[in-house]
Design a protein around this ligand. Structure first.
Ligand code: FAD
Length: 367
C-alpha cells in the first residue's frame, strides 16, 4: 500500500541512458565494469564516499552522476589540465574565468548549446580526463519530482503521474532527452507480467483539498498542471459516492490543440457527465488565430469566479510548469477582485495575499 494524499509529490530516482554511459566509456577508453571506490579526503566530512562505494564506473555513471546537464564552470576549470591541445585548454580556461568574454563563451558554447559532458568530450578531441577524476567532478544525479495524479482513496496501491517526455534538438544538431521522463517511458510493465521497478518516495505537500468537501474548489492547471487535479477530482467523486455533500468543482485546463494534446479528455468528460466536475473550461491556445490561455477564460467567467470566491469561500489552486502562467493567473484574480469587490489595486492584492495565508489560494508551480 502506497501512503500518500492527493496533492503530494513523488520523487523518482531515474537512471541515465545506457547508450550515453557506454559512449563516455568508449571515448575515455575505460572498461566500465571495473570496480572503483571514491573516498572523501576531507576528514571533517560525515560522508566517507560521495555515493555508495565500491561500485563500477557503469553503476556510478548510470545511477549516481549527472551526465546530461551542461557542466558548471568549476568542472571545466578542472578538466582543462587534461586537454593536450593548447587551443582547447585555453578555451576551457577562458570559459571557467570570470572575464566577460569567458562568461559569454561559456553561455553560448555550453549552456545555450546544451552541451553535456559527452558532447564536450566529442567536440574537444584532445580532452581525455581520467575517469576517476571525472567521476569526482560530476554532480550527483538528482531525483525528479512529480505531482501525484491520483487519489489514494481510489488508487490505494498505485501512484499515477502525468509527465511530458522531454526531447529536443540542440544547436549542435544533437538530440537531447530528459533523463527521468525517457527512463520512465521505458518502464512500462512487460506483457509477460515482469514488473518494472522505479525507486521513489512520497513528499508531503501543502497542496490539499479543503477540509470540508462542501467547499467549492477552482482548479487552474494547463498542460501537465492538470496532474494533481485528476487526484482531486477522483477524490471528490469518491466523497460523493460516500454520500458526502460535495461543493462546486471547477476546472480551468489548457492545451495547444483540442485533437492533439488534450490530456485526460475522456476521464474529464465522464466526471462532468457524472456531475462531479461542475465546470470544465478548456483553453485551446493554438486552435485559432489569437492565442487563448486559461487566464482569458477566467476573465470571461469573472462574475462566476467572484461569486465562488466571495460567497462560496472557494479554494483556488494553480498548478503547472510555467511561471508566467501563475503570474498571469494571479494578475487576473487581482483584476476580478478589484472589479467585483470594488477595491483599489493594492486592496485587491492584499485580498489575494490573505487568501494565500488562509490556505485558500495554493500554488504548485515548477519551471
Ligand atoms: C514540485 C515539482 C512538481 C513537478 N511536477 C511535474 C509533473 O506533474 N509533470 C511533469 O511533467 N513535470 C513535473 N515536474 C518537472 C519534473 O520534475 C522534471 O523536471 C521533468 O519531468 C523533466 O525531467 P527529465 O529528467 O525528463 O528532464 P531533464 O534531464 O532534467 O532535462 C530537463 C531540462 O532540459 C532542458 N530543456 C528541456 N527542453 C529544452 C529545450 N527545448 N531546449 C533547451 N533545453 C531544454 C531544460 O533545462 C530542462 O530543465 C515537477 C517539478 C517539481 C519541482
Amino acid at each position: 500500500r502506497a501512503r500518500y494524499e492527493s496533492g503530494d509529490h513523488v520523487a523518482v530516482y531515474p537512471a541515465n541512458d545506457s547508450s550515453l554511459v557506454n559512449q563516455i566509456g568508449e571515448i575515455l577508453g575505460t572498461d566500465l565494469d571495473t570496480i572503483m571506490s571514491l573516498n572523501n579526503l576531507d576528514e571533517e566530512s560525515n560522508k566517507k564516499h560521495p555515493f555508495p562505494c565500491p561500485t563500477s564506473y557503469r553503476t556510478a555513471l548510470t545511477f549516481y552522476l549527472d551526465i546530461t546537464n551542461p557542466p558548471r564552470t568549476n568542472v571545466l576549470y578542472e578538466l582543462a589540465q587534461y586537454a593536450t591541445d593548447s587551443g582547447e585548454q585555453e578555451r576551457l580556461r577562458k570559459m571557467a574565468s570570470s572575464a566577460p568574454e569567458g562568461k559569454a563563451l561559456y553561455l553560448s558554447w555550453v549552456v545555450e548549446a546544451r552541451r553535456n559532458i559527452l558532447a564536450i568530450l566529442q567536440d574537444m578531441p584532445s580532452l581525455r580526463p581520467p575517469i576517476d577524476h571525472l567521476c569526482e567532478l560530476l554532480p550527483r544525479l538528482q531525483a525528479r519530482y512529480y505531482s501525484i495524479a491520483s487519489s489514494s482513496k481510489v488508487h490505494p496501491n498505485s501512484i499515477h503521474i502525468c509527465a511530458v517526455a522531454v526531447e529536443y534538438e540542440t544547436k549542435t544538431g544533437r538530440l537531447n532527452k530528459g533523463v527521468a521522463t525517457n527512463w520512465l517511458r521505458s518502464k512500462v510493465p512487460k506483457k509477460n507480467g515482469t514488473n518494472s521497478l522505479v525507486p521513489m518516495y512520497v513528499r508531503k505537500s501543502q497542496f490539499r483539498l479543503p477540509f470540508k468537501p462542501s467547499t467549492p474548489v477552482i482548479m487552474i492547471g494547463p498542460g501537465t498542471g492538470i496532474a494533481p487535479f485528476i487526484g482531486f477530482i477522483q477524490e471528490r467523486a469518491w466523497l460523493k459516492q460516500q454520500g458526502k455533500e460535495v461543493g462546486d468543482t471547477v476546472l480551468y485546463y489548457g492545451c495547444r490543440h483540442e485533437h492533439e494534446d488534450y490530456l485526460y479528455r475522456e476521464e474529464l468528460a465522464r466526471f462532468q457527465q457524472e456531475g462531479v466536475l461542475s465546470q470544465l473550461n478548456v483553453a485551446f491556445s493554438r486552435d485559432q488565430a489569437e492565442k487563448v490561455y486559461v487566464q482569458h477564460l477566467l476573465k470571461k467567467n469573472k462574475e462566476n469566479i467572484w461569486k465562488l470566491v466571495n460567497e462560496g469561500n472557494a479554494h483556488i489552486y494553480v498548478c503547472g510548469d510555467a511561471r508566467n502562467m501563475a503570474r498571469d493567473v494571479q494578475n487576473t484574480f487581482y483584476e476580478i477582485v478589484a472589479e467585483f469587490g470594488s477595491m483599489s489595486q493594492p486592496q485587491a492584492v492584499d485580498y489575494v495575499k490573505k487568501l494565500m495565508t488562509k490556505g485558500r489560494y495554493s500554488l504548485d508551480v515548477w519551471s
